[in-house]
Design a protein around this ligand. Structure first.
Ligand code: ADP
Ligand code: MG
Length: 235
């Protein structure tokens, strides 16, 4: 049984459909990357999976359970966590407070353990725990955003463009961390502009274009496909 199964989902804003019947799945131990041009509907797909947008048609299941109509907080309870592309930390709160916000639904003991885990995974956050999040560099902020999401102990982590605005070196660090989270048993679904970097650590990939599935397959088949390379990966 798939961890996440999105079937023929139609979704959008107001009366405008953006996704015209998109289907994707993630298995329990997978890293899956979604690529596609700007405006393809990738972020809209994540908002729909999380329940910020209600699908107009189609179905979303998590571990076989129909979660199509659940609101975001219920999706989180089921084990899905989401790091948005923008505004993914509370800039004026300290790092410690940001992590507490991420774990607000947990009891004190679980919160404390979650924060300890975050500091073990990202030592840079531990050394700056009393500083405000706005003082962090782009890479550190991304690591804090992931740590906030991890406070809910998800089985599946959705990352929307985790390397946006980061230098190649910092991007490398972020992807190393993503790999480590995967080693701990968390399945990961990534939207990425840096398609090469993301597909390299992925099992499978999807190409979305104009709100529809354009291609999917093993990550290396996407990296090696000449047509996709030319159209989506910069030749
Ligand atoms: N809040 C919104 N209200 C109306 N239209 C939106 C909103 N957010 C995104 N869109 C539109 O939806 C389309 C897909 O956007 P998005 O899902 O962000 O694409 P991607 O993440 O693939 O770049 C775009 O045409 C965009 O203008
Ligand atoms: Mg986007």
């Amino acid at each position: 049984m798939a961890l996440l199964e999105v079937s023929d989902v139609v979704s959008g804003y107001g009366k405008t459909d953006i996704l015209h019947g998109v289907s994707i799945s993630v298995e329990k131990d997978e890293i899956v990357t979604i690529i596609g041009p700007n405006g393809a509907g990738k972020s809209t797909l994540f908002k729909t999976i999380m329940g910020y947008l209600l699908p107009r048609a189609g179905k979303i299941t998590f571990l076989g359970e129909d979660v199509t109509k659940l609101p975001p907080n219920k999706k989180v309870e089921k084990g899905i966590a989401y790091v948005p592309q923008l505004e993914n930390v509370f800039p004026s709160l300290t790092i410690q407070e940001n992590l507490e916000m991420g774990g607000y639904s947990k009891d004190k003991d679980k919160q404390r353990k979650g924060i300890e885990r975050a500091f073990e995974t990202f030592p840079i956050l531990a050394s700056r725990r009393m500083q405000r999040a706005k003082s962090l560099s782009g890479g550190e902020r991304q690591m804090l955003a992931m740590s906030i999401a991890l406070m809910t102990e998800p089985a599946l982590l959705l990352l929307d463009e985790p390397s946006a605005g980061l230098s190649p070196k910092v991007t490398e660090e972020v992807f190393n961390q993503i790999n480590r989270l995967h080693d701990k048993g968390i399945a990961i679904l990534i939207i990425e502009q840096d398609a090469h970097r993301s597909l390299k650590i992925s099992d499978r990939g999807y190409v979305l274009a104009m709100g529809q599935n354009y291609f999917d397959g093993p990550a290396d088949s996407i990296l090696n496909d000449e047509k996709i390379r030319e159209a989506f990966l910069g030749g």
